[in-house]
Design a protein around this ligand. Sequence first.
Ligand SMILES: Cc1cc2nc3c(=O)[nH]c(=O)nc-3n(C[C@H](O)[C@H](O)[C@H](O)COP(=O)(O)O)c2cc1C
Length: 322
Amino acid sequence: MKKEIPNLILAPMAGITDLPFRIICKELGADTLYSEMLSSTGLHYTLQKNISLVNSCKQDFPLIIQLFGNNPKHFASATKIIDNLPKIDEINKSSTPRRPEGIDINFGCPVKKVMKQDSGCALMRDPKHAKKIIAAVIDNTSLPVSIKIRAGIDDVSAFDFLQEVSDLNWKTIMVHGRTFHEGFSGDIDFGLIKKIKEKYPKKEVIANGGIFTPETAKEVFEKTAADGLGIARGCFGNPWIFSQIKEYFATGTYTKPTLEEIKKVALRHCELIEEYKGKGNVVEMRKHLGWYFKGFPEAKKLRAEFFQVENLEEIKTILAKF
Ligand SMILES: Cc1cc2nc3c(=O)[nH]c(=O)nc-3n(C[C@H](O)[C@H](O)[C@H](O)COP(=O)(O)O)c2cc1C
């Protein structure tokens, strides 16, 4: 039977979906958390070292680690490294790499640096090669494997791609309903996502793209009949979007956070960065602060200050001015 409330997934975002932000999203209702993309080649050559890029903890659950790259051998060794990490009930340290609940493969990234290495979305041009990559991951783990694709690239549609790889035993597909050429704007192809679910009913299909409010979440869910919704930029400054969507599906309305709640979560986010990434990394909060307080007139005045913060104390001083 079709679920009435879809799984709500924090979509992978380089530079954003680190451990502190994943914890914040989990606390505010995200059902599944994707890591930032991790280079399979980096893991292959530097072995264990690179994996610290995906530090995790018990709260960071269920976690999907996303890999990108081009070489099936590198994917195989990266998968083995991930598969052999300590299990969640074996970790004691508050922040350490651990065996995730799934491994995802990036076939959607349009960034030049990634495309130039024939990785990310470039792989959709060569479904036969992509198939070798998926097989290399599946053959080296018992974890569920997922793939993330776009609506298409050049003359290769998502269907052409899936035609080649659908017989492999991967479990989940996240479809960013825009083509490579559409980048990050433009309408989402709801019909395409719906047809993918109809054609591959046994695969879990996650619709992604353009979900910025509970209302758009409902529209995407109804128009695609997907099993889950992948939310990326919609949680910039609004990690409440997950709980808001759940409330909206259940009651038809939803609560917006008060300024005090926003301050509380923004401060918690800073504290988590200090705790898990070290005091020096609090500068990473600059962009988040801009997003958390967007729209507040006070924030406009304090914008320049947000972008210069160096530590938690400075952040507290600025927030006290609201
Ligand atoms: C800053 C940023 C970083 C991203 N990094 C990744 C990534 O590491 N892996 C990936 O598959 N997609 C990545 N994406 C794409 C998103 O997961 C998502 O597919 C895209 O933003 C469309 O969803 P949205 O309209 O909800 O933002 C990134 C997007 C943004 C904005």
